[in-house]
Design a protein. Structure first.
Length: 98
C-alpha cells in the first residue's frame, strides 16, 4: 500500500497569494458595524509565504454605477502591477504597473 502525497496548492508554491478576510463571518461584520469602524468591511489581505500582507483589496460601487477595485499595496511600488482579464476573451488582458 502506497501513501498518497498531499496535493501542493498554488498557495503552497506562492504562485498565488492566500486571501485572508478581515472579517471571517457575518457575526464579525456585524460587530465591526456596531463599533462604528466599518471602513474595513470587505477588505481582503493577500499574504505571502511568511504570512506578510502583500496587498489589501476591496471593491465598491460609485454613485455613477462604476465598480472600483481598491488596491492598497504593502510592498514597494515597483513590485506590483495590475492585470485586467475579461472572461469573454481571456486572450485579451491588460497589464500595467500601478
Amino acid at each position: 500500500m502506497t501513501q498518497s502525497q498531499p496535493e501542493i496548492s498554488p498557495y503552497d508554491t506562492e504562485a498565488r497569494y492566500e486571501p485572508k478576510l478581515w472579517q471571517p463571518n457575518s457575526e464579525a461584520v456585524a460587530e465591526v458595524m456596531r463599533s462604528g469602524e466599518a471602513g474595513g468591511i470587505g477588505n481582503v489581505d493577500f499574504t505571502n509565504g511568511e504570512n506578510g500582507t502583500v496587498v489589501t483589496v476591496h471593491v465598491s460601487r460609485s454613485d455613477d454605477g462604476m465598480y472600483t477595485v481598491h488596491l492598497m499595496p504593502m510592498c514597494d511600488d515597483d513590485q506590483i502591477r495590475v492585470e485586467l482579464h475579461r472572461e469573454k476573451d481571456l486572450a485579451a488582458s491588460t497589464s500595467r504597473p500601478v
